[in-house]
Structure formats: C-alpha cells, structure tokens
Design a protein. Structure first.
Lengths: 314, 305, 392
C-alpha cells in the first residue's frame, strides 16, 4: 500500500535549493546589492513563522488567527531582555522560543475547546487582547515600540554582519523544516493528520486528541516566538503592529498561498508574497491591487496553493 | 454618577449594539446559509458608504443616496458572487479566506483610485442633525433613526427567514444542499439572491453609519473584525444570536468606556488607574468573546453543525 | 483616471533612477519615506504631492542640481520603514531622508538613520526624544515640536477665560504628549482627562460623560478618522452648544473639513501655518497646489513643501556640493529661505523657532468651508526642551 502521508526527501532538488540559498549573499555582493541580503533574511524569518503556522493550519486543521501574538511574545522577550544586559543570542533566542511556547500553551489550553470558525475567532480574541495590552503598557514602549542598539552576539560569529545573520537565519529555517518533516513522519505527525481529517474517530480509537493538539500548538507557538526573536534581532525594533490582527491575517494568507498542508507551503507563500511586494511597492502606491490580483489568480488557478502547482508540474 | 447618566449610557450601549447588528446581519446570513466566509463584507460596507456619499453630494437627497447605495452594492454583490464566490462554495474555507482577502485589497485600491486617499463627506440630513428630547433625555435624533432601522432590519430578517417560502428554501439549501436541489430548489439562483441581500445589508450599514463615522479607504476592515466578533458570539448563522450578541457587545463596550475609568479611580492609585482603565476597556469585547466561547464553544445560539 | 495615471507616472519617475548604483555628485537624491497606503495614507500622499510639486515648480531641481525623489511607502509599519532605510542608505545612497508621518514609525527607525550619519528632515512629528538631551545634528524637525501646537491652544484657552476644560486623546504616547503640551500652558481646572482606544469608532459614551461633567470647553486631540468620527457625533448630540470644541490644527485642517463639512464650523484650532497667511511663498504654494491637484493644501502639505524649499536653499548655499555632509548640515541649520508659514529658523536643537496662529473654521462668502486666521498666539516660539540640548 502506498503511504500517502509520508513526506519523502528528494535529495537532489533539496540540495540545489539549499546551495542556491547559500550562494545568495555572494551573488548580492558580486552584483553590488548588499541591501538584498537583509531583505532575504527577513524573507527567511517570515518563512520560518509561516511554516510554523502551516503546521497548525495544514497538518493540524487548527486555523489560528492569532499567530502574530506568539511572534510578538518572542520579539518582546528579546527586546526586554537585551536592555537588561542579556546579549548572547544563545540565551535570547531560546528565551524568545520559550515566550512563544508559554503564551501558546495558555491560549491553546483554552482555545482548543472550540473548533472550526470558533477556533479561528477565539485565537483572534487572545491575540487582540495581547495587542491592546502591549499598546497600553508604557514599559513595553506602547505605540512607539522598543528599539535595540545592537544585534545579539552569537559567540564566535558576528551577527552585526548582515551576511552572518543571513546564514544564521537560513540554518534555523532549514533545521525547522527538517524537524517538521521528522515530526510529521513520526507517529505523532500521523496522529495529528488523523485528527485533522476526523477528530471524533481518532478520539474513539483512544487518542488523547486534546493533549496532542495542544502539544503541536505549543511547538508552533515556540517556532513563531523564535521567529519574532529573530525579527527584532535583525531590525533592532519592535512595535505593537507586529501583533495586530492584520499581521496574523497576512501569515494566514502566506500559508494558504503557498499551500496549506505541504511541507514547504508556508515558506513558499512567504517568499512569493514578500518578493512580489518588494518588487512592486516602490513602483506604485496601488501595490495592494497587484497583490490582490496575484492572490485571486492563485485561488482560481492553483487550488492547492503554489506548492500544489509545482507538484502537478513535476 | 447620576441615574439619568447611567440610563443614557445604557441607551448608548443598545444603540451601539444595533449599529453592530447592521454590520453583522449580512455577514451571518451569508455565512450561515451559504457556509461561506466573506472577508469582503467590510469592503461592501465601504462601497455602500461611498456610493451613498456620492449620490447625496450630487442629488442633495439623503433617501436617494441610501437607495442608490443599496441597489449599487447589491449589484456589486451579485457580480462578485457570479464571478468569484460561486467557484468557491465547494472549496475549503481557506480558499474563501484567500479569495475574499484579495477582494479587500482590490476594492480598497479601486475606491482610492476613484475617490482619492482623503476621507470624503457624508452627512446626515439637516432635519436629523441635532438632538431631540426623549423622556427628559437629550438624545441625537440620528442615533434614534439608527436604533429604528436596526430593530426593523432584525424583525424583517427574522420574518424573511422563518416565515416566508423563500426563507424556507434558504433554510433547506443551508441544511442540505443536495436534498434541496432534489426537491426542486434552484440553489444556484438562491445563493446569488442571498449574497445580494447580504451585500445590501452591508450597504445599509455603510450608508447609515457614514454620517456618524469617517468615510475613508480601509473603513471596512475595522468593522469587519467587530462584525465577526458579534456573529461568533451569537452563533454563526443565527439572526437572533447576532442580535443578542450585538446588544451584548454594544453594552459591554459602552459600559467599559463609560464606567471603568471611574471604577478604577475608586479602586487604584491615579497613575495605575489612568493606564489600566483605557487598556482594559479596549480589551473588553475580546475578553467577552473568549469567555463566551469557553463556556459555549459554538456561540450562544448555534445554528448549524 | 487622471489621478491614477499621474500617480503611476510619478512613481515611475521616482523609481527608475533608483536602479543606478553609481554615485553621481551632479544631483540631489532625496529618500521620501511615508505612509501612503492604508487608512493613514492620506497625510503621506498630501506630503508627497507637495514635495513633488515644489520640485516641479523649481524646474525639477533643488539648489540648482537635478533632484531625484525616491518615494517609498512605509505602510505605517516600522519594520517596513527600517528596510526602506537600508535601501536608501545601502543601495540608493540618498543625501537626505524625509517624509515620515507617524511617530510610531519614526521613533523605532530613527536610530538606524542617525547611525549611518544620514540627515533626516522631519515633515511632521517632532518628538520630545530628539528635542532635549538626545538632540542630534542630523535630525531636523521642520514642522514643530509635538507640544507646540497643543501648547498654543492651552494659551488660547487662558486668554479666553476658560477655566474648566475637558481633555480627550487616544491612549498612546503621542496622545499623552499632546495633552502634556496643552497642560504646560493651560492654567485652569481640568474637568477630566480621558484616553480612548486608538482607532475608536463610536464616541457616544464619552460624549455623554463630557456633557455630564459640564465643562466650559473641550480640547480634543484625535488624529485621522477618529477626529472625524468624534466631531460628527459631538455636533449631532448638540453638545457643541454647551461646550465648544478646541483642537490642534491636525484635526481641523482641509482634509477633516472636507470629510465633516458643516459641523466643523466654529471649531477653533492652532497651527504654525494657515492657507490665508499673507506672504508670497504661501500664495504661490496654495494656488499651485490647488491647480495641480484640484484640492486645497493641508498643513501637512505645507510642511513637506517647506522641506523642499529648505533643501533648495541649503544646496544652493553650498554651491551644490551635497557630498560635503558637514557643509550641508551647516547650511540647513541656517535655513535661509522663505517658508510658506513666514518667519522660520532653527533653534540649537534643530527644532523650529516660529509663530503659532489661531484659526477658526468658517464658511466664506463663496460658501466654501475653510480656516481663517484670527490671531497670533505665540511669536518666535521655541519649545521647552531646547534648553536641555547641548548642541552648539
């Protein structure tokens, strides 16, 4: 019997993409466009965040409309700890991860009582609470946000160099994708997808579906928190807009655009959306119109998202 | 705090609730009957307000403006349904989210191209632009109109869905589409009709609330979230759930803004109160939604599933 | 449609040269970063239009050099703005950056601009952060310090003998800073000080509370759509009969007037600029803006236009040698130009020393609702933070 859930590793295409990504800073330097290294780093971080959301939406059937809150938890954790004297990324990034995981645990524990659209809305509710809390608290900079004067240090390598930061982000993204593949191919991942397809049946055959979903929700929250920590480390700033519902919506759009329930769905969606925006935003203030048309085209002509399109062609 | 002020604030809460009901009614109808997530509901609201503003500006007649907004937006709704949504009924909610999000982006930019980035003028008719005496209370006449229209909409919708033949088809189409088709209901045309009604309701909200709120690009997104909060608390697809939830949200939000600052000042030192009061007031409706869903995971009046 | 075409053309013009990376000393490169999309986009569009108009009227030049204005939308997101700054400084090598509207974008990204030694000319916000001890030779506030305009209104209320004023502003640092500025000058009693949710739609509860408090007057600072909502609802409740509305010019300029109409009439507001200020630069600006864009200019437009005039004068003064940053900075601080707002010079903290006016919204003989200047509140006013600045 063919195993439909198993995600195979195709070594050659994988190696090709990784090699291309690894060579990108070199190419940018050769072309005299070092600016694009920072842009590419931001794309990689969003790819990580969207991938974590894809784990929830695509594999767990948990459509979270509050994912930006976990990103925000990680970002603010870093932005609060650095001025307090913590400078090492080895401490800061795990702290961001924990902040995302912790907040996800609280939100998930309550939200996972609901399903479907009600789950969408209750996660939104918690994210909006977090947003207004940050907006109101002066210790968190309120509407003006917080700024950092330096990037964290990562031991021997210097993150203040854009290229180094890029490789750090790339390594983390690749590790996350590899980890997600392992997770999904493991019994836990199988059970998760079983729950997505029919929760009642999984419950009936003895799975602790609530606890299993909560575990995955926390894992995704942790990855999103790490993404938030990386974002603030890269840009040196964080503001409440990072937690706004529009940001959660944008992450959802990335996942659906790239293909929910495909390993690379989140990453592809993030890349497409940000690259299209970068390419057209400086040409017209009506750039959202172009994005809208691109999204419509994907909905109508690539029902499974971009990664679905690729698989069909392949 | 004098009792007359408390009474006035309660009335304000009910009034805000009915404003929210106007926003949410069309959304819950489309969601409940067609099982379709329409994020572009806020865009239809915006289009309604812009059409009303333009027609009132050109003709000087408020009623003509409202009529044009309803007709124009319903037509936009029909076009949207036939060109796009029809293809998505059998697809997942996620596809609907992506498609209607795209519609938001496109609608905003088209409105910006036609009317410009600056907010535009939409005022209430002079006859309603002042306050009236009501049981010793001075209350804005226009807000009383909003209350009236809100209640009338609720009654009409309830009668339409519960008492008419069309409503029966609608309920049949919603609960079992295949079965309804076997029984001879043309669900294709029915769904177009329902979507047009949803769009028209959004236009009523846009045209009617425009004179109280800024008419500008992006005005739909703020109210969209509020409308979703309301229909979720009420139970998706339920008209009476939406009405009850609207009133609940309106009252809670108004009470939070009207009384919390006073309450906090009694309870905490001034510095903390000044910061905590507005913070808690702005979170209140989300706390309400989370609490309702915690105890009733499918809203107050679950209509389907 | 005309609008669409011109917008496309403008942005195309603004963008094409950006692809060139080689640094040519024969032009002035201005990075214009502003909020151009979303609900807050109108102000940025006004500023962009005014800046491009000034360049156009100047034959496409600033200070005798061909001007290249690179327009970028920050979407009111600090991280997007941060990246645009990377682009300006690392890719386009701009000589100056200008254009931001909101302090929640400006404050987070300002260190990134100043760290690279790039000059920033603020077209709008003038935060306390850069007015006092942290004043910076590369930061120029061309508009005002955040407390100036509300402070002027506090003074007006004193002059008018208003002794019990109700204050309302959004719950964010800008709101608190504005009310602080007001209270620095206002000497009477404060009936209440209310902070509302940013972006609030309905104000019925607040208006009922205001009426119950029976103040002499209301001072409100509610930028953007919030101000429109508030004024419409306040007047519909008939509350303006009991307590008149007073506001900083931001909530009573042409954009708000156009969106609110009749209910605006009678609102008193303070500003450093008014369309009817009688000086040649202003007359030309108001007429040309109306002619070019078919709408009257706002104070935001005047601020961006003044930035262009300032740059023009400074570059001219140094003979077009924009690559000499030190000389350019010095020429900017001297600010020898005729501003649309009249008298203008920089204080030692690079914030303006200028006059502030009282304006009243009225209906003119032709039936158009607009502002008229009815008095001067402060002459040669300097902000209170300047003395803490150690520069010069």
């Amino acid at each position: 019997m063919r195993d439909t859930l198993y995600i195979p590793l195709r070594p050659w295409p994988t190696l090709g993409v990784v090699a291309a990504l690894a060579l990108l800073p070199l190419a940018a330097a050769t072309l005299g466009q070092p600016f694009y290294v920072v842009f590419a780093t931001r794309v990689l971080i969003y790819a990580l965040i969207a991938t974590s959301l894809n784990l929830l939406i695509g594999y767990g059937g948990m459509v979270s409309f509050g994912h930006a809150a976990f990103v925000g938890a990680g970002a603010y954790a870093v932005a609060m700890l650095m001025p307090a004297g913590v400078a090492s990324a080895w401490l800061l990034w795990p702290a961001a991860l924990l902040a995302g995981a912790g907040f996800a645990f609280l939100v998930g524990a309550v939200s996972l009582r609901t399903r479907g659209v009600y789950f969408i809305m209750i996660t939104l509710a918690f994210a909006q609470m977090a947003y207004y809390l940050v907006l109101s608290l002066r210790v968190l900079g309120s509407d003006d946000g917080l700024t950092l004067s330096n990037r964290p240090s990562l031991g021997l390598v210097d993150l203040n160099r854009d290229t180094t930061f890029y490789y750090a982000a790339l390594a983390i993204l690749l590790a996350a994708l590899a980890g997600m593949r392992v997770l999904l191919n493991a019994p836990l991942g199988r059970a998760l997808q079983g729950i997505r397809d029919n929760e009642t049946r999984m419950e009936a055959i003895g799975f602790a579906t609530y606890r299993l979903k909560l575990l995955v929700f926390v894992i995704a929250g942790a990855a999103a928190g790490l993404g938030g920590g990386l974002l603030v480390s890269l840009n040196g700033l964080v503001g409440p807009n990072l937690l706004n519902w529009t940001q959660s919506g944008l992450l959802m759009i990335m996942v659906i655009l790239g293909g929910a329930g495909r390993l690379l769905g989140g990453a592809l969606g993030a890349v497409l959306l940000l690259v299209v925006e970068e390419a057209i935003a400086e040409h017209t203030i009506h750039w959202p119109l172009v994005i809208g048309v691109v999204l419509l085209a994907v909905v109508l002509f690539a029902p499974q998202g971009l990664s679905g399109l690729m698989r069909r062609r392949a | 705090m004098p009792p007359s002020l408390i009474a006035e604030q309660l009335l304000n809460g009910l009034q805000l609730g009915l404003m929210l009901f106007l926003l949410a009614a069309g959304l819950t109808l489309v969601f409940g009957i067609m099982d379709t997530i329409n994020l572009a509901h806020g865009s239809l609201y915006m289009i309604g307000a812009y059409i009303a503003a333009s027609v009132i500006e050109a003709s000087g007649s408020f009623l003509l403006g409202i009529a044009a907004a309803i007709a124009g937006t319903a037509l936009v709704g029909v076009a949207l349904e036939m060109a796009l949504l029809r293809r998505l009924y059998r697809r997942s909610h996620l596809s609907q989210v992506l498609a209607t999000f795209a519609v938001i982006l496109i609608a905003n930019e088209i409105v910006r191209m036609i009317w410009g980035s600056q907010p535009i003028l939409l005022n209430m008719p002079p006859a309603l632009s002042g306050p009236v005496e009501l049981l010793g209370l001075r209350y804005p006449a226009y807000r009383l109109v909003v209350i009236g229209v809100g209640l009338a909409t609720a009654v009409l919708l309830y009668l339409l869905v519960a008492r008419t033949r069309a409503g029966m088809w609608v309920r049949a189409g919603a609960s079992d589409r295949e079965m309804a088709e076997v029984m001879g209901v043309d669900t294709r045309r029915l769904f177009t009709l329902v979507f047009a009604i949803g769009a028209a309701l959004a236009a009523v909200a846009g045209a009617l609330l425009g004179p109280l709120l800024a008419v500008q690009v992006g005005m739909g997104e703020n109210v969209l979230i509020l409308a979703f909060v309301v229909i979720t608390i009420g139970g998706i697809g339920s008209i009476r759930g939406a009405l009850l939830a609207s009133l609940l949200v309106g009252l809670v939000d108004t009470a939070g803004r009207a009384f919390l600052p006073y309450l906090f000042r009694q309870m905490f030192p001034a510095v903390i109160a000044a910061e905590a009061g507005p913070a808690v007031a702005s979170m209140l409706i989300y706390v309400l939604m989370a609490a309702v869903l915690y105890f009733r995971p499918t809203g107050l009046f679950p209509a389907r599933g | 449609m005309r609008r669409l075409i011109s917008a496309l053309l403008l942005s195309a013009v603004a963008v094409l040269p950006a692809l060139a990376t080689a640094r040519a000393a024969d032009k002035v490169k201005v990075g214009f970063l502003s909020t151009l999309s979303g609900p807050g986009g109108a102000l940025g569009v006004d500023m962009r239009d005014a800046l491009l108009l000034a360049v156009k009227l100047n034959g496409g030049k600033l200070g005798g050099l061909p001007a290249e204005v690179n327009v970028v939308d920050d979407q009111q997101k600090p991280d997007v703005a941060r990246e645009a700054i990377e682009r300006f400084t690392k890719r386009d090598n701009v000589d100056l950056i200008t254009g931001m509207v909101f302090s929640n974008v400006l404050l987070p990204v300002m260190p990134a601009i100043l760290n690279t030694g790039t000059i920033y000319l603020s077209t709008n916000t003038g935060p306390e952060d850069y007015a006092g001890e942290k004043c910076n030779p590369n930061f120029f506030a061309v508009a005002w310090q955040n407390e100036d305009i509300p402070g002027a209104m506090g003074e007006v209320m004193n002059q008018r003998g208003l002794k019990n004023v109700y204050l309302i502003a959004p719950n964010y640092p800008g709101g608190r800073e504005t009310l602080a500025g007001f209270k620095r000058f206002y000497k009477g009693k404060i009936a209440d000080e209310v902070y509302v949710k940013l972006g609030q739609l309905d104000f019925a509860a607040e208006i009922a509370n205001i009426r119950a408090a029976k103040p002499d007057a209301v001072f409100f600072f509610l930028p953007g759509g919030m101000g429109i909502n508030f004024v419409k609802q306040y007047v519909a409740a008939g509350a303006d009969k009991d307590a008149k509305l007073f506001t900083p010019g931001f909530s009573a300029d042409e954009d708000t007037i156009k969106a609110v109409g009749e209910p605006m009439i009678g609102i008193l507001n303070t500003s450093q600029w008014a369309a009817d200020l009688d000086n040649p630069a202003n007359k030309k600006f108001v007429a040309e803006f109306q002619k070019e864009y078919g709408r009257p200019p706002t104070m935001y437009a005047s601020q961006a236009y003044d930035v262009a005039l300032l740059v023009d004068a400074a570059v001219k003064q140094i003979g077009g040698k924009v690559e000499d940053k030190e000389a350019l900075r010095k020429a900017l601080t001297e600010a020898k130009f005729d501003a649309t707002r009249g008298k203008f010079r920089f204080n030692k903290n690079n914030f303006p020393i200028q006059d502030y006016y009282l304006r009243e919204v009225y209906k003119d003989a032709g039936g158009r609702i607009t502002n008229k200047t009815i008095g001067k509140v402060f002459s040669d006013f300097q902000d209170v933070h300047a003395e803490k600045c150690k520069m010069k």
